[in-house]
Design a protein around this ligand. Structure first.
Ligand code: ADP
Ligand code: ADP
Ligand code: ZN
Length: 214
């Protein structure tokens, strides 16, 4: 079960990945989460990535490809994984193919989640993220039971620096230019299932399960 979750910032990739982990017992591999942890810890990777992230630009391909090549070799990914936020460019997709070939495996499903831009802006400006486990909440659409505290791990919720309107618009532009072409790239391989990403979180999850044939 090797999945890619494709979709613009705010489409619900992280939210759906958490439900997929529970259903299929495979790990979520989020380059955004890995990069944010590196920024928090002040590692060389974090220092290199921070400026790009703050500006709403993509971190260089070489950097994220290196992260993924290491991560997918780990034992917990042996039965499958959910890639969330990777690949984001054609060169990343091509590198992924090489990495998987070396491991003797292949992407099974590319789930592309569609949500229109104004809804994305509303979702992202109200997003609150957990410092502990990376779970996403929303002040209106998906509030935590206790304000500021994660339901899943009791971690502290915060608003990401890049979830301000100006940076969100930039990230949506970058998505359109560099990442949306991946839909056609994977359509050529017959792997894409497009999902309407509007509706309740549970409804969208059942669309994903249907698309994955489960
Ligand atoms: P969102 O969930 O809002 O789409 P992410 O957490 O996936 O955002 O990514 C946050 C930022 O991390 C991106 O704006 C980008 O700077 C960087 N990033 C994450 N994944 C990648 C990637 N695959 N390639 C390049 N940059 C990435
Ligand atoms: P992504 O990982 O694709 O950037 P997230 O999963 O972080 O997106 O979700 C973005 C925001 O939208 C979060 O605040 C989340 O709580 C909220 N959200 C997720 N799914 C839905 C939904 N179906 N309807 C409304 N809001 C949603
Ligand atoms: Zn948490």
């Amino acid at each position: 079960m090797d999945f890619i979750l494709l979709g613009p910032p705010g489409a619900g990739k992280g939210t759906q990945a958490k439900l997929m982990i529970d259903k299929w017992q495979i790990p979520q591999v989020s380059t955004g989460d890995i990069l944010r942890a590196a920024v928090r810890e002040g590692t060389p990777l974090g220092v290199e990535a921070k400026g790009f992230m703050d500006r709403g630009e993509l971190v260089p391909d070489r950097v994220v490809i290196g992260i993924i090549a290491e991560r997918l070799k780990e034992d917990d990914a042996a039965e499958g994984f959910i890639l969330d936020g990777f690949p984001r460019t054609i060169p990343q997709a091509e590198a992924l193919q090489g990495i998987l070939q070396d491991l003797g495996r292949n992407i099974d499903h590319v789930i592309s989640i569609d949500v229109d831009d104004e809804e994305l802006v509303t979702r992202l400006t109200g997003r609150r993220m957990c410092k502990g486990c990376g779970e996403s909440f929303h002040v209106v659409f998906n509030p935590s039971a206790k304000e500021g505290v994660c339901d899943r791990c009791k971690g502290e919720l915060y608003q990401r620096d890049d979830d301000k309107e100006e940076t969100i618009r930039q990230r949506l532009r970058v998505y359109g230019e560099q990442t949306r072409p991946l839909i056609a790239y994977y359509e050529k391989q017959g792997k894409v299932r497009r999902i309407n990403g509007t509706g309740s979180i549970e409804e969208i999850f059942s669309r994903i399960a249907d698309a994955a044939g489960n």
